[in-house]
Design a protein around this ligand. Structure first.
Ligand code: SF4
Length: 411
C-alpha cells in the first residue's frame, strides 16, 4: 500500500483510467510537453478519465503556484458601444443611432476611474467598440486623462483590435502607438479579440476583425515595448477541440518567445443575444464539462510557461468557477464593477463580485485568498474582507464600498 501523499497514478488510477489518457497525464506529471494530439485526447476525456485529468491539473497547479487563489479589484469602463465591425458573436455593439448606443465623455470616464480608486480598485479595465466618431487619439487621451488625476492606478486597456484601429486611423505603425500609450501611463493590454486564433473559425465568427497574424504581431510588439498582456480564448460556438488545442499551442509558442503573458483566461461563449446563435450557426456555449476540461488542459499545456490560469466567473457563474479552480485554475479574476459586454450578450451572473464573496468562496475550497495587482504582485494574503466566524456581518454585495484613506488625487 502506498501511503505517500504524492500523486501516484499507477496506484490511484491503474484500473480506472484509460491507457491513452493515462499516458498523457503521466507525460504531464513528468514535465514533458503536451502536444496538440495529447490535448485532443484530454479534451475527449469523460468519466474516470475526466476525474483523473482534474486531479492531475490540480496537482500541477499546486506545484506551480501553490494554494493561493488570487483576485484583483478592478472596474470595467466600456467607454463606448458604438461599433460597425459586425462580429456575429457580439451583442454589445450598436450603430450610433440605434437604441442603447452610448459613448461616455472623457470627464465621465475619469469620474468612473476616480470612483473605482475610492472603492479600493487598483485597476481600471477599458475596452470599447471601434467608434468612428471618436478618432484615433481617443486611446491616448483616455490614458492621459486618468493618469493625470490617478497616477497610481493601473490601466489595463485596449484590445489588439483597438490598437490596430488606432494605428490605421493615425497612419502610424503599431509600435509607435504602443510606445505612446506606454509613455502616457498604460500598464498592460487585454489579450482579447483573440476568440480562436485559427483562420477557419475566425472567418465564421468575425471576418471583419483582425487576422490571427495581426493579433499575434500586435501582442508580440506590446510585449516587446514592455506592455504585458493577458491571453484569452473564446470557446463553445462553432469551434472544435482541435481548434482549442491549436490555439493553446500558439499561445505557448508566443509566451516562450516573449514571456509577456500574465495569465490565460478561457472565456465561454455567451450565446443568448447573439446573431451567431440566432442564425443557427453556433451551439449554446460550452457545457460545464467542456469548461472544466478547458481549464485543466490549459494547466497541463501552459502552466510551466504561464503559471496563472484565470476563471471568468462572469461567463460561467461562481459555482462553475469554483469547480474550475479545483481543476487547474488559480485566479478568480476581477471584481468587475460595471461589466457590460457579457451582460448584454445574456450573461446573468451579475456585474460585480465583492472581495468578501471571493474570499468566502476561496476559503470554502480550502485555499488561501490573496488580493493581487494586475501583474500578480500580492497585496494581501489571507481573508481581509470576509470573517468566516461571523459571516452574517460581512456584506457580500457592493455595499461595503468604502472611501480609501490613502487616496491622493492630483488636482
Ligand atoms: S466584438 Fe468588439 S469589434 Fe466586434 S462588434 Fe463587438 S464591439 Fe465591435
Amino acid at each position: 500500500m502506498n501511503n505517500s501523499p504524492t500523486l501516484n497514478l499507477t496506484h490511484s488510477f491503474r484500473f480506472a483510467v484509460s491507457t491513452r489518457v493515462r499516458r498523457v497525464l503521466e507525460k504531464a506529471l513528468e514535465g514533458r510537453e503536451i502536444d496538440c494530439q495529447d490535448a485532443l485526447t484530454l479534451f475527449e476525456a469523460r468519466g474516470q478519465d475526466l476525474l483523473a485529468l482534474m486531479v492531475v491539473a490540480d496537482e500541477l497547479r499546486r506545484e506551480q503556484v501553490g494554494e493561493r487563489v488570487t483576485f484583483v479589484q478592478t472596474r470595467n469602463i466600456n467607454f463606448t458601444n458604438v461599433c460597425y465591425t459586425g462580429c456575429e458573436f457580439c451583442a454589445f455593439a450598436r450603430h450610433r443611432n440605434q437604441p442603447g448606443a452610448y459613448t461616455f465623455e472623457l470627464e465621465e470616464v475619469v469620474e468612473q476611474a476616480k470612483e473605482a480608486w475610492a472603492w479600493g480598485c487598483t485597476e481600471v479595465c477599458m475596452q470599447g467598440g471601434l467608434n468612428p466618431l471618436l478618432g484615433g487619439d481617443i486611446y491616448v487621451e483616455l490614458v492621459r486623462a486618468i493618469k493625470s488625476v490617478l497616477p497610481q492606478i493601473h490601466i489595463h486597456a485596449f484590445s489588439p483590435f483597438e490598437i490596430q484601429y488606432a494605428s490605421q486611423l493615425q497612419r502610424r505603425p503599431v509600435e509607435d502607438i504602443l510606445w505612446e500609450l506606454k509613455e502616457a501611463g498604460l500598464g498592460s493590454i487585454p489579450g482579447t479579440a483573440a476568440e480562436i486564433l485559427v483562420p477557419e473559425v475566425r472567418q465564421i465568427l468575425t471576418k471583419n476583425k483582425l487576422s490571427t497574424e495581426a493579433w499575434v504581431e500586435i501582442i508580440k510588439t506590446a510585449h516587446r515595448v514592455g506592455l504585458p498582456s493577458s491571453a484569452t480564448i473564446m470557446y463553445g460556438h462553432v469551434d472544435h477541440p482541435r481548434h482549442w488545442a491549436e490555439h493553446l499551442a500558439l499561445i505557448r509558442d508566443i509566451q516562450r518567445e516573449t514571456g509577456g503573458f500574465t495569465e490565460f483566461v478561457p472565456l465561454g461563449f455567451i450565446y443568448q443575444n447573439t446573431q451567431l446563435y440566432a442564425k443557427g450557426l453556433a451551439r449554446p456555449g460550452p457545457t460545464g464539462m467542456e469548461s472544466v476540461k478547458m481549464h485543466a488542459v490549459a494547466r497541463l499545456m501552459l502552466g510551466r510557461n504561464i503559471p496563472n490560469i484565470q476563471v471568468s466567473w462572469v461567463k460561467m457563474g461562481l459555482q462553475m468557477a469554483q469547480m474550475c479552480l479545483n481543476a487547474g485554475a488559480n485566479d478568480f479574476g476581477g471584481t468587475l464593477h460595471n461589466e457590460r459586454i457579457s451582460r448584454m450578450a445574456g450573461a446573468t451572473t451579475g456585474q460585480y463580485v465583492s472581495p468578501a464573496e471571493f474570499e468566502r468562496l476561496i476559503l470554502d475550497m480550502g485555499r488561501i485568498p490573496a488580493e493581487r495587482t494586475t501583474t500578480y504582485d500580492i497585496l494581501h494574503e489571507g481573508p481581509r474582507y470576509y470573517n468566516p466566524f461571523q459571516p452574517q456581518t460581512m456584506p457580500l454585495d457592493g455595499s461595503q464600498h468604502q472611501a480609501r484613506a490613502d487616496i491622493v488625487l492630483a488636482p
